[in-house]
Write a protein that binds this ligand. Structure first.
Ligand code: FES
Ligand code: FES
Length: 923
């Protein structure tokens, strides 16, 4: 046995194992790195903060990241792999699948074993007991609701109660709750995320990061690192063969800051070390000698605009600005009989996807040479391919990006930086390299949501008709652009909202500071200004003495009207329908809160708030999107598209759309998603675009292939093409003649017909708009409205959210569970922003000091899908994933006001801020 190792024996998933271990290691390390049981996940830095690593030790749920391996000797360990396996699933695993409790799946193994421990000691747990037992397991995707339902259902099954009969399958693939294509792999621990891959001869990378928020780099000396055992390479900017730049995604952002340049935020990278072990790589990164000359820094956007403020990139600190001028504001304000002025503030918000940034990179042989392969969760693999090829000075085809299962993204994994660093490492090492951010690195170096300062001035007639909107927004884009260039426009478009304004004067700025780089995050720039506007409308409603929901309805845009942007929405707009959908819930909640408060004799008061929104889905650029469909020689149909599935269920939904188009069973289809070597670039995958655009392209490809199959089979069966039904493995003619799909494929091959077809989806937006009216951004909007019911403690400022009712115009439900899960998850994420989440530059370091919603934060959530069919989307669908993050925070803050008369104007509404607002109101 190698020196330093000891042999221990324990029972793992029912089998005795003997393993030589480093006694200083944890159980998590041994499971994942020694035994290759990668179902158990790591979401934090082994600090016990996330619960992803939970396993059972002698039946007790424990954090394997905190369990010394020597403590395991002679004991029983159960991991998710031992709970059940395909064909022999545990009741919990089945229930998680059936109830849609799995999204990205990164938290799922830990959730399952925690729940298994609970059910072993409590066969009939109450909801409160489930919440208590799972409170230490974080999930950033699901909103927890379906997990609780799944635990309850499996408990009932284990008690011997009959499982509720499965409902009749939907007559068509669209609109049902088709099981996620990846659910079985995720509940059994078989799904392999980037961090789970191992390759022979794999090396490890670590980054040299700045301890200063702003400093000049005087010199970098890598020699001390290279002198350490196990360190093979220590790279700086000088080792980048191509363009040291993220230009196109982030202006002025290099991959590695060179000597003579500056670091502009804590955690900015100046070097990359590659070594034989993670420990040697970390030691090497620590040994690189960097001489810094600290410079003055600025964290606040307003301060960054002051004369004499530190120049983050030289010159002024304004990255970009935008203005919207519509109508005559002076005239509109002149007609106003009531004018309200407000100021609202939001902070940096962290994505906190449970999977940290993880990249495996290697060199593979291909005909004619080699190519760099990068395996990583990323939202735009084809775009990442482009940045990597420019970084390395390689042709595009010499770079391949593969998107494996991804443990959450929420916009944060649009940043190509980690993939570029991984590619650079493999380029130099010429061996596989694994790069994984620590959770602290992820907090420091990943993009955040932009903090806003918002100044609203809103005018209205006494009868409630809105007249003018004057809006100023200053957004903090941190140290780098990261698409912050577009923030001013997004802020203003969302800031005006789905309302009929007579005139608008809106201006917004994105400002550089030395805060963390701010970038894409779910809703990109829109939740903040939606919060400001919807709270301002409530302030206006009170001044006018008009019911808040009635004020919104009175001014809500219908789909055909021109907007304050100067054009009509290209798609149908179901805002009024959403307001109608929540109306009875709002009325009931207001009434119930009133009667509770009239009788309350303790510190708690209840309140109800409403908020609405629109969200522009889709982005600028090409309006057309492409996908492919192929009939294989084995008769199987494969769809090729690029809509990375980071938990939101795009692969499943797009499979349903393809099945509908082809008329076959969704489960018979092969789906190839987001591998640049095999799929076309289906365009940017943000802005809730996948179902509408990529789904639209897949529907077109499916229909084209179906027609192609029918024409070929028609010749074979001597029947008209339209009379033939394409089935899962055959084509059937009236009267019963049948030809198999494999025979059809063979016939296509024989006569030289292509079996793989490309098709495009291109909504005819130009037909709707007058000549020359095409705006810079596509005028596609979705809408929604939320009602929040809260309890506020007048003595402590504590806020509990009891219920959220969420109505969203989804156009057409493609996957019911998917729609519910997206909305529930977004509600919890937004509830976090409303009450607890705040990243403070220079202070916040990780999950220990950044509070995320847990099971204990979970309100009752009622999801109301509103179906106002789209004009062009596949089967009427629209985008959804981000929209639901917009209305919860303002609905909660409006409900706090309704409960106690205290207006909170800065998020998050912590107990301290609520209490301060209550005291201010009383003073
Ligand atoms: Fe163990 Fe986070 S990895 S609690
Ligand atoms: Fe729980 Fe993604 S499904 S973290």
């Amino acid at each position: 046995m190698p020196a330093g190792l000891v042999e221990i024996t324990f029972t793992l998933n029912g089998r005795e194992v003997a393993v030589a271990v480093d006694p200083s290691r944890t159980l998590l390390h041994v499971l994942r790195e020694v035994l290759d049981l990668t179902g158990t996940k790591q979401g934090c830095d082994g600090e016990g903060e996330c619960g992803a690593c939970t396993v059972l030790l002698d039946g007790q749920a424990v954090r394997s990241c905190l369990t010394p391996i020597l403590k395991v000797a002679g004991r029983q360990v159960l991991t998710v792999e031992g709970l059940g396996e395909p064909g022999r699933l545990h009741a919990l695993q089945r229930a998680f699948i059936d109830h849609g409790a799995v999204q990205c799946g990164y938290c799922t193994p830990g959730m399952l074993v925690s729940a298994a421990a609970l059910l072993a000691r409590e066969p009939a747990p109450s909801e409160a007991q489930i919440v208590e037992a799972l409170a230490g397991n974080l999930c950033r995707c699901t909103g927890y609701v379906k997990i609780v339902q799944a635990v309850q259902a499996s408990a009932a099954e284990l008690r011997g109660e009959p499982r509720p009969p499965a409902g009749a399958p939907p007559p068509r693939p669209i609109g049902g709750s088709e099981v996620r294509v990846d659910a079985a792999d995720k509940v059994t621990g078989r799904a392999r995320y980037a961090e789970d891959y191992k390759m022979a001869g794999m090396l490890y990378a670590a980054l040299v990061r700045s301890p200063h928020p702003h400093a000049r780099i005087v010199s970098i000396d890598v020699a001390p690192a290279l002198a350490l055992p196990g360190v093979l390479h220590a790279l700086t900017a000088a080792d980048i063969p191509g363009l040291n730049s993220l230009e196109g995604y982030s202006r002025d952002e290099p991959l590695l800051n060179p000597p003579g340049g500056s670091v502009r935020m804590l955690g900015d990278a100046v070097g990359l070390v590659i070594a034989r072990s993670p420990e040697a790589a970390a030691a090497g990164a620590g040994a690189v000698a960097v001489e810094y000359e600290p410079l003055p820094h600025v964290y606040g956007a307003r301060e960054a605009l002051d004369e004499g403020a530190p120049a983050v990139h030289g010159g002024g600190n304004v990255l970009n600005s935008y203005e919207i001028l519509y109508g005559d504001l002076d005239e509109a304000m002149g007609q106003a009989e009531e004018v309200v002025e407000t100021h609202y503030f939001t902070p940096f918000i962290e994505h906190a996807a449970l999977e940290r940034e993880s990249v495996l990179s290697y060199v593979e042989e291909v005909p004619g040479g080699e190519r760099i392969v990068v395996v990583a969760g990323h939202q735009e693999p084809h775009w990442a391919q482009g940045w990597i090829s420019r970084l390395l000075g390689l042709p595009l085809e010499r770079v391949r990006v593969i998107t494996p299962p991804t443990g959450g993204a929420f916009g944060g994994k649009q940043d190509p930086w980690p993939l570029m660093a991984g590619a650079l490492a493999a380029f130099h090492a010429r061996r596989p390299v694994r790069l994984i951010y620590s959770r602290h690195e992820s907090f420091a170096a990943s993009p955040k949501r932009h903090p806003y300062r918002m100044d609203y001035r809103v005018g209205a007639r006494r009868d409630g008709r809105l007249t003018g909107l004057h809006l100023r927004i200053v957004a903090n884009t941190g140290a780098y652009d990261c698409d912050g260039w577009y923030i001013p426009q997004y802020a203003l478009v969302a800031g005006g909202g789905p309302y009929r304004w007579q005139a608008v004067d809106g201006r917004a700025w994105a400002v550089y500071t030395n805060g963390p780089k701010a970038g894409q995050m779910r809703g990109f720039g829109t939740p903040q200004s939606t919060f400001g506007r919807e709270c301002t409308l409530d302030e206006l409603a009170e001044r006018l003495g008009i019911d808040p929901l009635d004020l919104r309805m009175q001014n809500a845009l219908a789909g055909e009207e021109e907007t304050f942007l100067g054009y009509r929405p290209a798609e149908t707009l179901g805002y009024r329908e959403c307001l109608e959908a929540v109306r009875p819930h709002y009325r009931r909640a207001v009434e119930e809160a009133g009667s509770w408060n009239r009788q309350a004799d303790g510190p708690w008061r209840r309140g109800a708030g409403v908020a609405g929104m629109w969200y522009r889905f889709g982005k600028s650029g090409s309006i057309a999107c492409h996908a492919e469909a192929e009939l294989g020689l084995d008769g199987a149909i494969t769809l090729f598209f690029s809509a990375p599935d980071y938990g939101q269920g795009t692969t499943t939904a797009i499979g349903q759309i393809a099945a509908e188009a082809l008329g076959v069973d969704a489960r018979s289809l092969r789906l190839v998603n987001a591998d640049t070597a095999h799929t076309l670039d289906s365009g940017i995958q943000g802005a809730s675009r996948s179902t509408y655009w990529v789904g639209g392209a897949v529907a077109e490809a499916g229909r084209a292939l179906k027609a192609h199959i029918q024409r070929t089979a028609a010749e074979m069966l001597d029947r008209p093409p339209d009379s033939l039904k394409v089935d899962t493995d055959s084509v059937v003619a009236p009267g019963g003649s049948v030809v198999s799909l494999s025979s059809v494929a063979a016939e296509m091959e024989r006569i030289g017909l292509r079996r793989r077809l490309v098709a495009a989806f291109s909504p005819q937006v130009d037909q709707l708009l007058a000549a020359g009216e095409r705006p810079e951004y596509l005028p596609f909007f979705v809408a929604g409205a939320h009602v929040a019911e809260v309890e506020v403690n007048l003595g402590t400022g504590e806020v509990r959210v009891a219920r959220v009712v969420a109505a969203h115009d989804v156009g057409r439900v493609i996957n019911r569970q998917g729609v519910e899960g997206q909305i529930e998850g977004a509600v919890l994420m937004s509830l976090g922003a409303a009450l607890m989440e705040e990243y403070v530059p220079g202070v916040t370091r990780g999950l220990a000091d950044y509070y995320l919603p847990t099971f204990c934060s979970m309100p009752h959530i009622d999801v109301i899908p509103v179906e106002v069919p789209s004009r062009w989307g596949p089967y009427g669908a629209k985008g959804l994933g981000e929209a639901a993050t917009l209305p919860t925070a303002p609905a909660v803050v409006n409900a706090i006001y309704h409960a106690c008369g205290a207006r909170v104007r800065e998020l998050p509404a912590t107990p301290e801020r609520v209490l301060a607002a209550i005291r201010k109101e009383r003073s």
